[in-house]
Design a protein around this ligand. Structure first.
Ligand SMILES: *[C@@H]1O[C@H](CO)[C@@H](O)[C@H](O)[C@H]1NC(C)=O
Length: 213
């Protein structure tokens, strides 16, 4: 009788552990639509080690108006991150380049500088927190805060990023203000910039109505 009880106990443990293994992670099925709690899970028998490794955090192409590149390892690049609330990235900023003011409404960000010098910071309505970072420095941008990164050194700069979300997203201030069809006169009124300056920025950030408004 004792033996049977032991066997039943072991069997129940076995079913418990296999159940736990299925639910400890949920590799994204990127073919299915994204939902508020992430992507649906890929069937467990189709999951491989490659789902948990991302080999793409290589140097980005900085030949663009910002002279900078963000290479992402978000859930859409790296399905193993699904539902884990974490992701990574790499920032390459050429000499004189910058990442414009932006926020990640749903994620706190860490920036770990490995090469060059980056001046980074964020601001609240009452304070500015900014510092020139050296290799080995780590800065945290608390969730939702408007922040920026500028290469303030004499060579290219490289940093690695970590986010407290599998899909942090980003809202770029310049794109929101100057990258759409909001009439230049309204932008000028709400920002106190001149209409001519607004048109110049619209041309830079892809806004509509550069000529007529
Ligand atoms: C980098 O981007 C520029 C502009 O899009 C392009 O002309 C160039 O070929 C790219 N370089 C590499 C190495 O992909």
């Amino acid at each position: 009788m004792k033996k049977i009880t032991e066997i039943i106990f072991l069997l129940s443990l076995l079913s418990w552990t296999s159940y736990a293994a299925v639910n400890d992670f949920c590799v994204a099925d990127l073919k299915a639509p994204d939902g508020p709690s992430g992507y649906p899970c890929k069937p467990i028998n189709e999951v491989t080690a490659d789902d948990f490794v991302f080999s793409g955090l290589v140097e980005g192409n900085t030949t663009n108006p910002f002279n900078a590149a963000l290479t992402s390892a978000f859930v859409t690049d790296f399905p193993g991150l699904n539902s884990l609330g974490i992701s990574a990235g790499r920032l390459d900023i050429g000499k004189g380049g910058s990442i414009p003011m932006h926020t990640h409404p749903g994620a706190t960000e860490l920036l770990i500088l490995v090469e060059g010098e980056i001046t980074a910071g964020f601001m609240t309505p009452f304070h500015l927190y900014t510092k020139a970072l050296k290799p080995g420095d780590v800065i945290v941008f608390p969730q939702g805060q408007l922040h920026f990164q500028v290469n303030s050194g004499n060579e290219k700069a490289t940093a690695f990023l970590a986010f407290s979300s599998a899909n942090p997203g980003a809202q770029l201030l310049d794109l929101l203000l100057f990258g759409n069809s909001l009439p230049s006169e309204i932008i000028a009124e709400t920002t106190f910039l001149d209409v001519e300056q607004v048109k110049k920025l619209k041309a830079r950030f892809g806004g509509i109505g550069i000529v007529s408004s």
